[in-house]
Design a protein around this ligand. Structure first.
Ligand SMILES: *[C@@H]1O[C@H](CO)[C@@H](O)[C@H](O)[C@H]1NC(C)=O
Ligand SMILES: *[C@@H]1O[C@H](CO)[C@@H](O)[C@H](O)[C@H]1NC(C)=O
Ligand SMILES: *[C@@H]1O[C@H](CO)[C@@H](O)[C@H](O)[C@H]1NC(C)=O
Ligand SMILES: *[C@@H]1O[C@H](CO)[C@@H](O)[C@H](O)[C@H]1NC(C)=O
Length: 531
């Protein structure tokens, strides 16, 4: 395609050249966009960037360069307003232009399509996959494009796009990622959008970031939020990797678990049994001498068993001290009946004091069992019933956990939180899971008392229990995406702070930690042989 002829000369090493590209829409209207090409070509795909309401200018050019350098795709900062309207500074003019396009979806979509068509034949420059990413007004355009029924791109991402009363073409089957500010759109608008998207065979994922307003990725804006910007960029890049087929997602299920049994008790003397999995290296510290975070895993409603042990093993493999905790008791872990699952889970769900007491016992146990881990930062995660638990723990005012992650947690009828919520709360749930409860009420509860923020992601067409390997409701993509969301949040929270344990780093691994490492290796070997 003609567009790539603009690449006459090779760019200087490692320097991305932005080339202006003149083109027209199907009515002959003159447009000018900017093309950035990555160093290595052919690229896995091309990304069309749709500008915000002041036209295609420095911001979009910078994003194009970022897409080319950081993600390795051909990037095209597209023009919507026209070649002579690139840098609209007058406020009333911005209102006039953005209103014009918002109120005329046909026109807006045709301008987007002109840019998509330029990119669609990658020739020798990319392999033909195309994504559309829009910011603010461009995010609205991205949504309009995805819902128009035009099916010529592989992925669409809307970043703080203004939500309109969209018409959804009943055949729209786009893969769509919506990244929304918690202080921009209301939770009700998001629930309405979900319902609209569900009226067509779209595959959507929606993430909400607390405390951020419209324009949270605009570098120079007052609304800029570094956390939400980097989280949304990460989410977008792995979404594109999946859509472009450059990354194979698998559920990551290990062949075998590698855990040691730990017997412990809660304050009332209830006998509990958890399973500890340690990273292969130094137990309490990473290479930089920083305390290794502890992740305590709370089980789903059939008790702590193989599933949670495998998750603990995955976390240990990712470098965390992981502990699959017990809630019900050491004699209630395997082969429970359906009735037992019902009765036990509702017992704890309806008694927050008891539930939190059991969770606290697990946290205290890891702290006292793993040598030198007395002050390491703590994350708590939970599946289904355990997901309910971690949110209840956060709502209880308990302050040991820096982050609480709920995978398809049952979040209906949560106790109203009175005390401060200390943990950053990450909620990952299925778009078809009624147990998610009322999003508006959840956000209100989190906003009212949360001090560390929250993030909520919903996955289209996904039901309760989507991370349980082998189950009918298992969803590979939602499992992989949610696991990755958790790990990147851990990385950001724990990696960004210099956590120091309260005990100084020992000069060499102590004999106890060495023997635990050896034991772990033996366990792994034995389980490996049994498989
Ligand atoms: C946009 O206009 C402003 C004000 O006239 C100017 O300072 C800025 O450099 C322009 N930016 C671009 C990308 O043309
Ligand atoms: C659970 O059931 C399986 C299969 O029947 C059996 O092998 C296992 O020993 C049982 N576990 C317990 C703790 O009873
Ligand atoms: C909840 O559990 C605690 C701790 O076991 C117990 O003291 C309390 O009586 C329970 N509350 C109810 C309403 O059962
Ligand atoms: C969710 O809760 C809000 C606030 O209480 C309420 O206005 C709304 O109707 C609820 N939504 C549903 C679907 O029940």
């Amino acid at each position: 395609m003609a567009i790539f002829m603009f690449f006459t000369a090779s760019p200087a090493a490692a320097e991305i050249v932005l080339s202006p590209v003149d083109y027209v829409d199907d009515s002959g209207y003159k447009l000018q966009g900017f093309l950035a090409r990555p160093e290595a070509m052919p690229a896995a795909g091309a990304v069309v960037i749709l500008p915000d309401w002041d036209g295609v200018n420095d911001y979009e050019k910078e994003r194009a360069v970022m897409v080319a350098t950081e993600l390795g795709y051909v990037a095209f900062a597209a023009d919507i307003y026209g070649a002579d309207l690139h840098n609209v500074t007058d406020f009333s003019e911005k209102i006039r232009l953005s209103t014009m396009y918002r109120s005329n979806p046909t026109l807006f979509v045709s301008r987007i399509q002109a840019a998509v068509e330029l990119m669609s034949d990658g020739g020798e420059f990319h392999n033909g996959k195309v994504g559309v990413v829009g910011y603010c007004l461009g995010g609205t355009g991205a949504l309009l494009y995805a819902l128009s029924g035009i099916d010529d791109v592989d992925a669409v991402v809307s970043v703080h796009g203004g939500l309109l009363d969209f018409n959804v073409d009943s055949s729209a089957q786009q893969k769509l990622l919506v990244l929304s500010g918690g202080e921009d759109d209301t939770a009700t608008q998001i629930s309405d959008l979900e319902a609209k998207l569900d009226s067509a065979p779209t595959t959507w994922e929606i993430t909400r970031y607390s405390g951020v307003e419209h324009g949270f990725t605009a570098f120079k804006s007052q609304a800029y939020d570094a956390w939400a910007d980097t989280r949304s960029w990460r989410s977008m890049s792995s979404f594109l990797e999946e859509a472009f087929g450059t990354k194979e997602f698998d559920g990551g299920k290990p062949d075998t678990f590698n855990t040691q049994l730990i017997d412990y008790e809660d304050v009332e003397g209830t006998k509990l049994r958890g399973y500890l999995s340690l990273p292969t290296k130094d137990i309490a510290y990473n290479d930089a001498g920083e305390a290794t975070p502890v992740v305590v895993i709370f089980p789903d409603w059939d008790g702590v068993n193989e599933y949670e042990k495998l998750r603990a093993t995955m976390l240990a493999d990712a470098g965390y001290i992981a502990f699959a905790a017990d809630i019900y008791g050491s004699d209630l872990q395997e082969n429970l009946t359906f009735t037992q699952n019902m009765q036990l889970s509702s017992l704890y769900r309806t008694n927050q004091t008891l539930f939190v007491q059991r969770m606290q016992a697990a946290i205290d146990t890891v702290r006292s069992t793993v040598e030198d881990a007395k002050c390491n930062p703590i994350a708590i995660i939970g599946y289904c019933f355990g997901g309910t638990g971690v949110v209840q723990y956060a709502f209880s005012g308990a302050s040991d956990a820096a982050v609480a992650v709920a995978f398809h947690g049952g979040l209906t009828d949560l106790p109203v939180p009175q005390p401060t919520i200390h943990a950053r709360v990450l909620v990952l749930s299925g778009g078809m899971d009624d147990a998610h409860g009322n999003q508006t009420e959840l956000e209100e509860a989190l906003n009212d008392r949360g001090e560390s923020g929250w993030e909520i992601t919903r996955y289209a067409g996904v039901e309760h229990g989507f991370t349980k390997w082998g189950a009918q409701k298992y969803d590979l993509l939602a499992d992989a995406r949610s696991w990755e969301a958790m790990l990147t949040v851990f990385d950001k929270i724990f990696g960004g702070m210099k956590w120091k344990s309260c005990t100084p780093k020992p000069s060499a691994a102590s004999s106890m930690s060495q023997s635990i490492i050896i034991l772990s290796a033996i366990f792994r070997l034995i389980y490996g042989l049994l498989e």
